[in-house]
Design a protein around this ligand. Structure first.
Ligand SMILES: [Fe+2]
Ligand SMILES: [Fe+2]
Length: 282
């Protein structure tokens, strides 16, 4: 049984202050650059997701899923726009994020040119699983953002909430066109896609991240690394929290709403009101 949640496109602007880009997190440069490096993947990645889902849109008959696809595209486009501005703020501080983004973009364009559309859709649902469990981690461990700059924090919360809201959309499209896990080919493709997507993602993310910390002088900052460790693999670390959910993907019959975290969606209205009020006051 699919938990039906219809996502909504929300046009929000966060107006991040570029001068806070390298230290917007209370634990300083090393943690800020961790999330900043993650941000570089979003505009190009989300464009790839949109294209992959759009390619199969015609094959979706169910009206509700059609509606959800439309909202999914709208949400990812808004995320891409806001992360683009976020990335400009990071670049303004002398981080070579545009070159890194271009490399990821070229890679994704290469995948679009050379692989079947079903493979691209499987990569999309795998990466959407990664974003969904990352978002779930952020929502379950709000202390990660304690003391952070309000605008950066609001952007990450908004993105986490909308990723949660639409986490099953690409997955349901995949199931519609490729069949559920009783079809061995469908299951094998989505399972291998997560292994591949996770491997490629970290192969890019880790060197970029280390580079972005090093050029700003954080490579030997032990205090900074302690903060990173605490928020990733520590007792309340996000990677530690995400790990069982990552593995759940491989259970035959898995569906993203098996992790029912829809209770967090109640936070969206308050967040939207806060962001709009702040914009009106400015
Ligand atoms: Fe997104
Ligand atoms: Fe997404």
């Amino acid at each position: 049984m699919v938990h039906q949640i219809l996502p909504t496109r929300r046009n929000l602007k966060f107006k991040l202050r570029p001068e806070r880009a390298l230290n917007w997190h209370q634990d300083g440069l090393n943690v800020s650059q961790f999330l900043n490096t993650l941000s570089l993947f979003f505009p190009v990645g989300e464009r790839f997701f949109i294209d992959s889902v759009r390619a199969f849109r015609d094959q979706v008959d169910e009206a509700e899923l059609q509606e959800a696809v439309k909202a999914f595209i709208g949400q990812e486009a808004m995320h891409g726009r806001e992360h683009e501005e976020y990335n400009e703020a990071i670049a303004a501080q002398g981080v070579p994020i545009e070159a890194q983004e271009k490399f990821v973009n070229d890679l994704l364009k290469g995948i679009q040119r050379t692989t079947p559309e079903a493979f691209q859709l499987s990569a999309t649902i795998a990466l959407e699983h990664l974003t969904a469990i990352l978002a779930d981690g952020l929502l379950n461990l709000p202390e990660i953002m304690d003391g952070a700059d309000e605008d950066y924090k609001a952007l990450w919360n908004w993105h986490a909430l909308e990723e949660t809201e639409h986490k099953a959309v690409a997955f349901d499209v995949y199931r519609t066109v490729m069949g559920d896990d009783s079809k061995v080919g469908s299951y094998a493709l989505r399972s291998s896609a997560l292994v591949l997507a996770t491997g490629i993602f970290f192969a890019l993310f880790i060197p970029y991240y280390l580079h972005n910390v090093r050029i700003k002088g954080g490579l030997f900052d032990l205090q900074g690394w302690r903060g990173v460790w605490r928020h990733t693999w520590g007792r309340k670390g996000i990677f530690r929290f995400m790990l069982p959910n990552w593995f759940d993907w491989f259970r035959p019959g898995f569906h993203p709403w098996d992790h029912d975290n829809s209770r967090f969606l109640e936070q969206i209205d308050t967040l939207v009101t806060d962001v709009l009020e702040k914009r009106d006051a400015a």
